[in-house]
Design a protein around this ligand. Structure first.
Ligand SMILES: [Mn+2]
Length: 260
């Protein structure tokens, strides 16, 4: 059984259909939306609303971890655009952009896609774009070819306040549903420094302690995830479990292929 994984697609819909070519099973581990492109301030929903100059400055402030200044920048910019800092009118402006991105993304993925959302997703806005046969799984196990695949999506609370960050207790409850799986599929990695450190952004992303415990205690064959775009280690062994970062599809434009 040939399984193709993608994660951190971040708007790269044009290469998504080809990523499923030759796959028996196609699995997406989330982060479909392109909100900010740290490599190109002209791309993404934020740039469409605020323009590339403000976007470049916003990225600079976030990279410098000056989150209050970043928020002040967008509040001031929004006031210039709309004459008031009203969160609901801001949402109305972002909605059609997010709609368009999700529409492109779900049309590009095969009808048999299995997926879970990432931290840069808005599940409520994605719902109407999900095609018949495409399944979103979270805290659930399904059996394929005699193997048990378990899924948990979303991220954990972080200073970056991305839209789909789940309280730790809720995330852990979903992880607890996955005991006994052969293949663990999540957006974020287990909390292991080598897997969570991004060598380009030079910061730790948030990994999950409960995932790490589940791996140590139940030893699935594989733990697959994305989230960290340029990890210090792309793979690592925890006992008999092979931990693998399948991502950053926006950069690689090719799937991670696993023969099971
Ligand atoms: Mn992510």
């Amino acid at each position: 059984m040939r399984v193709h994984f993608v994660s951190d697609v971040h708007g790269a819909a044009e290469d998504l259909a080809a990523a499923a070519d030759g796959a028996d099973v196609f699995i997406c581990l989330g982060d479909l939306l392109l909100y900010l492109d740290y490599d190109d301030p002209g791309q993404g929903a934020f740039a469409e609303v605020f323009g590339p100059e403000i976007t470049a400055e916003y990225i600079r402030l976030r990279v410098a971890k000056e989150f209050d200044e970043a928020r002040a920048l967008t509040a001031a910019a929004w006031e210039r655009i709309s004459g008031g800092d009203d969160p609901s009118s801001r949402m109305r402006r972002f909605l059609p952009i997010i709609d368009r991105q999700y529409s492109e993304m779900f049309s590009a993925m095969p009808d048999s896609t299995l997926m879970t959302f990432g931290n840069v997703d808005v599940p409520g806005l994605a719902a109407k774009h999900i095609n018949e046969g495409q399944r979103v799984l979270d805290g659930e196990v399904i059996e394929i070819g005699g193997l048990r695949f378990g899924f948990v999506g979303g991220g954990l609370p972080s200073p970056y306040r991305t839209p789909n960050e789940i309280p730790v207790a809720d995330f852990d409850d979903r992880v607890a549903q996955l005991a006994g799986v052969d293949v663990l599929c999540t957006h974020i990695p287990p909390a292991i420094a080598e897997l969570t450190f991004d060598v380009v952004a030079r910061r730790f992303e948030v990994g999950s302690e409960s995932l790490l415990r589940l791996i140590r205690e139940t030893q699935p064959r594989y733990a697959l995830f994305g989230h960290v775009h340029q990890p210090l280690n792309r793979r690592m062994r925890v006992g008999r479990t092979e931990c693998l970062n399948v991502g950053h599809f926006r950069a690689t434009r090719s799937p991670f292929v696993l023969d099971l």
